[in-house]
Design a protein around this ligand. Sequence first.
Ligand code: NAD
Length: 382
Amino acid sequence: MGMVGGGPGAFIGEVHRKAARMDGQIELVGGAFDINPAKSKKMSKVLYLDPKRCYRTYEELIEKELKLPEGVRMDFVAVTTPNNWHYPIAKELLEAGFHVMCEKPMTISVKEARDLVKIVRKTRRVFGLMHNYTGYPMVKLARDMVKKGELGKIRKIVVQYPQGWLATAIERTGQQQAAWRTDPKQSGGSGCGGDIGTHAENLSEYITGLKMTHLCAELTTFVKGRRLDDDVNCLVKFNNGAKGVLHASQISVGEENNLAIWVYGETGGLEWHQEHPNYLYVKPIGKPMEVWMRGNPYVGQCSPAAGRATRLPNGHPEAFIEAFANIYVNFAETVRARKEHRKPDPLALDFPDVHDGLRGMQFLETLLASAKSNQKWTKFRT
Ligand code: NAD
């Protein structure tokens, strides 16, 4: 594994590094870790890596790694930079023959996203997208319950992702993560929608297997002088007639990462909270609510995908980093299968890919179009 991004003071690169190494299947061998070449070089000391493989730029990484024999050379590279860099870096890596694990949102436009779909198809490389919330065992269990029809026909989906960390203009204090997230050039056309709205969109489609067809959205910028939205409120129509409410916010004071989802079918409902991820609440019609708890054998019996995504027995909580690791385990098995010219374990194909990335960008373009429009519904732009 190599990495682009994740330099000193960066947030998500270090989570990727911890998660990728969790199961002993992936070894980090180098990277181009920072936009500042000197800081990237310095990461060899921080991460105990060969200084020769801590490159000044991603272009240098590609050039020098290609000179190494296969087996020594990086098999794949994780792209953990701000959004505007995902497309150019992923494109060059794929075209040079590397498999790619990319952060979300996949690109900053539908055009770039479509292009990446084509490049992945042409190069036959494995492309993973870090919609990490699909990596939680109880989310996989929820998906499999819906798939088995245990809730009946789905009628209503409520998904929320409120945070409060951008309730004031911390981008003006130089806070690294806030600075680029509120800059349209680096973040894309929607701030809150791109950063966390896409997670809500992806989670609702992953669990229900449904597709959004229409949005009615309002984007607001509450903090004075901020250049992108910091609050999203959206009504949704799904392709089976189900209705939804999606809200995401960065100004909801007191909220941390309160991603949660409620799914209601004709014969049951379910509820999952990211901040308490080891529990899935299932509500069969006319019966008491059930609390399904991660790590119990009944979870794996109902959902082999959830069982596979579980490392520890019940009562020993697993959460954010393990969910990333679950995406990495499946991605690694798929890369390995590609290298060995065999079919991967079918359960390993359960990780978000370039098509989810395109869907995310289409969601954002529809969201922005709807927010600008006076008509009630805007058709999902596919
Ligand atoms: P960050 O600002 O903390 O880190 C970004 C890093 O990328 C920095 O070290 C920066 O120097 C480096 N970088 C920038 N351009 C580069 C380039 N051209 N070459 C090499 N390095 C470069 O940002 P972050 O909060 O870690 O977010 C990074 C990405 O991860 C974003 O796309 C964000 O949306 C995504 N993210 C995803 C999750 C998740 O839950 N899946 C959570 C946080 C962030």
